[in-house]
Design a protein around this ligand. Structure first.
Ligand code: F6R
Length: 364
């Protein structure tokens, strides 16, 4: 049941810390600070190229995985939504491997991608939440997310669990390919082990996010901006908002603003920015300042060090815990999902059963 929560989605949002802890505990050793992956169907040190494919939010988890795997393991990754991948007839690398991501393990397009990849000689690993699903059975190997049943149609806890698994895979691949030292592995593992409590801290900011939602609920169009591994999280914010509140939203790479979308900016369009401090902060902040100069209403998520600089031009600044760049996609996913939830509640939509959508898309 829903317990004391109004919706399954709200209950599942509040399960983020527990689910992240349960999933990370499977693949991280807190004593040695090492990643412990199950037996993989391929040797990441020998694979020339990796394909990542999935649908919807699961694809966005894979898209974050692409940033991590390329950065930490220096392994080239091709990431594409399964509905495109399956008809694109892509040339597949000899000895190549693939990762598919799915909560249900039954999504028709992702299953078609699986069969195409296997027919093309690729070794396929699936990241799935349902151990007895078709995808888990037909793949060469599976790594489970430990999210428990997800009832709300919009994916929440399964998404962050997918990110947690992708993070562990990226560290494991980095070590296998000798791109990460023991020290790096320990540092990244330690950062992941802190994520569940940081997720709990973020959930305590529910009231602030609800205030932001009251502003966003009045809009007809909303832009989400992020850079690097937060770009897919901007897309996730836009997807969730569209899906459950029916407000039109787009996610953009912050640097793409000046190539078109900035034309949309006026005082009616909230611009929600994922903007932690770090190497990309100045660039993103300057993209935001340009939008603000055109009358855009900037609503930013940042950390303690970002509050003062962003407050000079942003209408709302929400402070999240200061974490290393590696963990930010997992943590910043939570407030964008919470925001979509509160906007939908304010709009009075059917949060758990949005119109026209099914939990498991088993037809093309
Ligand atoms: C969005 C959402 C969908 C699913 C997509 C894939 O909130 O839930 O985009 O992520 O339909 O589903 P699975 O993960 O079951 O393959």
């Amino acid at each position: 049941g829903k317990g004391n929560y109004r919706h399954f989605m709200e209950k599942e949002l509040h399960e983020h810390p527990a689910v992240l802890g349960d999933t990370l505990r499977q693949y991280l050793d807190p004593k040695t600070l090492e990643v412990r992956l199950p037996r993989l169907p391929f040797d990441p040190a020998r694979v020339p190229r990796l394909t990542i494919s999935a649908c919807g939010s699961a694809f966005l988890a894979g898209a974050v995985g692409r940033y991590w795997i390329e950065e930490l393991a220096r392994l080239p990754v091709d990431a594409d939504v399964a509905s495109e991948f399956r008809y694109r007839d892509p040339p597949l690398a000899e000895g190549g491997a693939a990762i598919l991501v799915s909560q249900s393990g039954e999504t028709a397009d992702t299953m078609a991608a699986l069969r195409l990849l296997k027919a093309g000689g690729q070794k396929v690993l699936s990241v799935v939440n349902v151990p007895e699903s078709s995808m888990a059975r037909e793949s060469d190997g599976a790594v489970l997310t430990v999210a428990g049943p997800e009832i709300g149609v919009a994916s929440t806890k399964a998404f962050t669990a997918q990110l947690a698994v992708m993070a562990c895979l990226a560290i494991g691949f980095g070590r296998a390919r000798r791109e990460l030292s023991t020290l790096d592995e320990g540092r990244l593992t330690q950062a992941l082990l802190e994520v569940p409590s940081q997720a709990a801290q973020i959930l305590e900011q529910d009231a602030q996010i609800r205030d932001l939602a009251a502003e966003v609920a009045k809009a007809r169009d909303v832009l989400f901006l992020g850079r690097g591994s937060l770009y897919p999280i901007a897309l996730e914010g836009a997807l969730k908002l569209k899906e459950i509140s029916y407000i039109h939203a787009e996610g953009y790479a912050a640097g793409e603003m000046k190539h078109g979308p900035i034309a949309l900016i006026d005082s009616a369009v909230p611009v929600i920015a994922l903007c932690p401090t770090g190497p990309l902060f100045e660039k993103t902040a300057s993209n935001l300042q340009e939008a603000a100069a055109r009358g855009g209403r900037i609503m930013a998520f940042t950390d303690a060090d970002g509050v003062a600089p962003l407050s000079r031009f942003a209408e709302h600044v929400i402070e999240l815990p200061k974490v290393g760049a590696f963990s930010t996609p997992i943590l910043y996913a939570i407030p964008v999902q919470l925001l979509a939830y509160h906007v939908a509640v304010l709009k009075g939509t059917d949060v758990d059963q949005p119109r026209n959508l099914a939990k498991s898309v088993t037809v093309e």
